[in-house]
Design a protein around this ligand. Structure first.
Ligand SMILES: NC(=O)c1ccc[n+]([C@@H]2O[C@H](COP(=O)([O-])OP(=O)(O)OC[C@H]3O[C@@H](n4cnc5c(N)ncnc54)[C@H](OP(=O)(O)O)[C@@H]3O)[C@@H](O)[C@H]2O)c1
Length: 122
């Protein structure tokens, strides 16, 4: 994840190896969280110990990772929200598309959402 995404969550994601991309050499990270200076070096570090690697944002990381990704998970939240960070719509033409979840709003979710899985055709 990019450094701003890490800051937004203010802690690591539990149960996973967390790698934060930042050019700042002495950026303070929680114990056990790794630092990488680029997406490429983060991917290299992750692949040393993990077969499956997720790039979770922000915008630049997602843009750069797409050309290398074999699978993309997209959650579409059924809400109109004024955002401050944007990613161009991806073109999944030729990818296999699966709708995994179609969840209405309920007591636990103030918005409905749909989750899609896109797999690159080999
Ligand atoms: N809806 C979602 O699924 C989702 C997912 C992720 C994030 N977000 C949101 O998106 C916002 C943050 O996104 P963002 O795009 O503004 O920031 P970001 O990618 O999270 O962080 C940007 C910072 O990460 C480092 N960085 C990113 N790419 C790099 C690269 N290729 N090489 C070296 N360093 C790199 C730099 O840190 P330094 O300046 O420290 O060098 C850069 O300033 C937050 O609001 C977050 O909550 C949403």
């Amino acid at each position: 994840m990019g450094r701003k995404t890490y800051e937004d969550h203010s802690s690591e994601f539990p149960g996973r190896c967390n790698i934060v991309i930042t050019r700042q050499e002495s950026y303070p990270l929680a114990a056990g969280v790794h630092r990488a200076v680029s997406l490429q070096s983060a991917l290299g570090l992750a692949r040393e110990t993990h077969a499956q690697v997720f790039v979770i944002g922000g915008a630049g990381c997602l843009r750069d990772a797409l050309s290398m990704a074999d699978t993309v998970y997209e959650t579409v939240v059924h809400a109109d929200i004024l955002g401050d960070t944007f990613v161009d719509a991806f073109d999944f033409e030729g990818w296999r598309t699966l709708k995994l979840v179609d969840h209405p709003k309920d007591e636990a979710h103030i918005y409905g959402f749909s989750i899609y899985k896109y797999q690159r055709s080999m």
